[in-house]
Design a binder for this molecule. Structure first.
Ligand SMILES: Cc1ncc(COP(=O)(O)O)c(C=O)c1O
Length: 533
């Protein structure tokens, strides 16, 4: 299974072309035939293909349509197509592979480098003003930070893929592929499949004490879309939003994209500091929080803080957006009930995801909406992607209803518990009290903070070059001074690899301190809109 996964990660353009070529028919390029003036048809077909190859629209190794199909698409007899193909074969633009068809040559005759040519060309400088939204400049973007896509020790947001029951999963997907519900191939409820919403609701009521009915649940493409829909439904450009400091950058990005003003509210051991938030901005439109497992420092919001937050929301007329992204995994105490379950004034929008319990590329999550806002959210959804895709919803419904989900979560809880214990012990063994561990009680990551004198981003860049994926803490802050540290994922790191990875971290940190010439310098950060008017 591990081998299969690593192979998948290396899929490149050539592989995609190979996969496309497994189909027995190539796609026809645009060839404009002119029957009156432009010379014989076979010449026009030849020129059409040659030009498409020279432009890079057809690439080396790409299958071309059979002469029969092309003739039928162009509305001509096969003879000119066969003659055109013969010329392209003779000149080396095409090659035929016995038994599998005709392809654009792997080595093209006169313009070998054409296959590298980009299909889209940059606009010329005199093409006039091409304005883009100013808000876009404030988004964090995907950037080219070296630690982003690392695969290996401490990789963040990575579950133990090799332990996922892919055999069961593929049988469920196949089941729905083989005999789909025909009506669902045309359309799905904008809230999502009813079966799935019932399954999600049952799970949330039981495991998370969320108060909900299926017609309050909207199925979405992960927490990120849930946040986007919530922002469009509840906020206006200029609305002030409390966000946790430090916090989840991608979550914040949604509010920036919606034109909101971010109010950075510090978190302490009890979670979001409501009193500090009120001092900075008493009446924002909303607060975005991760109360079950604050991201990234890991605090679980205490009961009294939860009540304080709910009371504040009610008196100030604010919404609370609760992001409950990894609460399935708690190791030292019982799961904490959701904030939504304590709310009596319909102010909490509850968001969850399958990214941690299944896998992130599933892009599946849900929002629990207060009943009187459902239609409002549906209108937003309808203007966005209309409804969620059918197939995965059905497969996950069966995955839940047939007990595989609960079994997988139980197994993963044990596995992650062992991994995080090994990680915490190894950190203590290697570093003693030199670095502080935060938030190891839940989830698939923990955070370590560093003493003065280190630059987490510099060290993370060095570490990434050496195959260690440290996610720096400081970019999670909106305001200075930010703490330096790392968010360490342990979901995909086997217990046997953890001690060596921590030793590796120690060796990188030892050189990191010496290399860091300017210990107190704050790394350059984009400026985010914040402050309360
Ligand atoms: C705070 C937080 N929310 C949500 C998510 C998950 O987002 P999504 O469901 O869009 O994959 C993550 C990371 O995986 C996270 O750290």
């Amino acid at each position: 299974m591990v081998g299969a996964i690593s192979t998948c990660r290396e899929v490149d353009i050539a592989t995609i072309l190979d996969l496309m070529n497994l189909t027995s028919e190539g796609i026809s390029p645009v060839i404009a035939l002119n029957r009156e003036e432009a010379g014989p048809l076979h010449r026009q077909i030849y020129e059409g293909f040659r030009a498409a190859i020279l432009r890079g629209d057809l690439r080396a190794g790409q299958r071309v349509p059979s002469s029969r199909n092309l003739a039928s698409e162009l509305g001509v007899s096969r003879i000119p197509v066969l003659n055109g193909y013969a010329q392209l074969l003779a000149e080396g633009y095409f090659e035929s592979r016995s038994g599998s068809g005709t392809f654009v040559s792997a080595s093209l005759p006169d313009q070998m480098s054409l296959c590298e040519r980009p299909v889209t060309r940059p606009a010329s400088i005199d093409s006039g003003p091409r304005p883009v939204a100013r808000r876009d400049a404030l988004l964090p973007g995907r950037g080219r930070v070296p630690w982003l896509d690392g695969w290996g020790a401490f990789g963040l947001h990575q579950p133990a893929f090799e332990h996922f029951p892919f055999r069961i999963w593929s049988s469920l997907v196949t089941r729905h592929l083989r005999s789909p519900r025909i009506s669902s191939l045309r359309t799905v409820d904008p809230l999502g499949s009813e079966r799935f919403r019932i399954a999600v609701c049952t799970y949330l009521r039981t495991a998370r004490a969320v108060r909900c009915e299926p017609d309050q649940v909207m199925i979405v493409a992960g927490s990120q879309q849930a946040l986007d829909i919530s922002a469009r439904a509840l906020l206006d450009p200029g609305s002030a939003v409390w966000v946790e400091e430090p916090g989840y950058r991608l979550g914040r990005a949604v509010f920036v994209g919606a034109g909101c003003r971010l109010i950075a509210v510090p978190v302490d051991r009890d979670g979001l500091d409501v009193a500090a938030g009120m001092r900075k901005c008493r009446k924002p439109r909303a607060a975005y929080v991760t109360p079950s497992h604050q991201y990234p420092l890991g605090a679980t919001m205490t009961a009294s803080r939860r009540l304080q937050l709910l009371n504040w929301a009610q008196t100030s007329g604010a919404w609370i957006i609760e992001d409950d992204y990894d609460s399935e995994y708690r190791y030292e105490s019982m799961p904490v009930a959701s904030l939504q379950g304590l709310d009596h004034s319909g102010r909490v929008i509850y968001i969850g995801t399958f990214s941690k319990v299944m896998f992130p590329s599933l892009r599946l999550g849900f929002v629990v909406i207060p009943p009187d806002l459902v239609e409002h959210f549906v209108a937003v959804r309808y203007s966005m992607d209309i409804f969620p895709p059918y197939l995965t919803q059905e497969a996950v419904t069966d995955f839940m209803c047939e007990g595989h989900f609960a079994r997988h979560v139980r197994r993963m809880r044990c596995l992650y518990s062992e991994r995080r214990t090994t990680l915490v012990e190894s950190i203590h063994q290697e570093f003693g009290s030199m670095i502080e561990v935060h938030g190891a009680e839940a989830g698939m990551h923990l955070t370590v903070t560093l003493p003065q004198g280190f630059s987490d981003q510099e060290i993370a860049a060095t570490a990434a070059r050496r195959g260690l994926w440290l996610w720096p803490l400081s970019p999670g802050y909106l305001e200075s001074p930010s703490r330096q540290g790392f968010i360490l994922g342990f979901g995909s790191t086997a217990s046997t690899q953890i001690p060596a990875a921590v030793r590796h971290l120690r060796s990188i940190l030892s050189s990191g301190r010496r290399e860091s010439r300017c210990p107190d310098a704050q790394p350059a950060r984009r400026s985010w809109p914040h402050g309360c008017s």
